[in-house]
Design a protein around this ligand. Structure first.
Ligand code: ATP
Length: 132
């Protein structure tokens, strides 16, 4: 399979730079797969599990929480709000975040803003816990 240059970064720094065979992630309009030869393209990312298939066929999974992905002249740049490789996800922390968010939502009496924050926290925790 053909490969293409991929850079993955977050506001904290560069997390990956190298060749990839495929990137699969969740955009705001649905799941997206980028392969070599993809036309120039730019999209906002949603929250979800992401995968990078390496040139040797191995697959790395990650939790991707928002950001932007572009494919320009054959190079893919993925700038995520947060990106955690599966092996870096702290499961206990995600469980604790899930519990806190569920408790807030169950308590009720939240303002619209508080409700949206708790919901987003719960969704982030679920994405982290579901990365396979
Ligand atoms: P928490 O309440 O545990 O901070 P959160 O969803 O509010 O969870 P974020 O604001 O999305 O956390 O992330 C803050 C920083 O912490 C980011 O750099 C993110 O990558 C990291 N992070 C958050 N949760 C985890 C986790 N379970 N495992 C590894 N890194 C995490």
């Amino acid at each position: 399979m053909r490969t293409f240059p991929l850079r993955i970064g977050t506001p904290d720094g560069l997390l990956f730079e190298g060749e990839a065979e495929r990137v699969i992630c969740r955009s705001i309009t649905g799941d997206l797969a980028v392969l070599a030869g993809h036309c120039n393209f730019c999209t906002a990312l949603g929250m979800g599990e992401a995968h990078v298939v390496m040139p040797d066929g191995t697959r790395r999974s990650a939790a991707c929480i928002g950001g932007m992905l572009s494919m320009m002249n054959g190079t893919c740049r993925l700038l995520a709000t947060t990106w955690e490789w599966k092996e870096d996800i702290d499961e206990a922390r995600a469980q604790a975040a899930k519990k806190r968010a569920e408790e807030m939502l169950a308590k009720g009496g939240l303002s619209d803003k508080e409700y949206k924050i708790a919901e987003a926290k719960l969704q982030r925790a679920l994405v982290r816990l579901n990365v396979k």
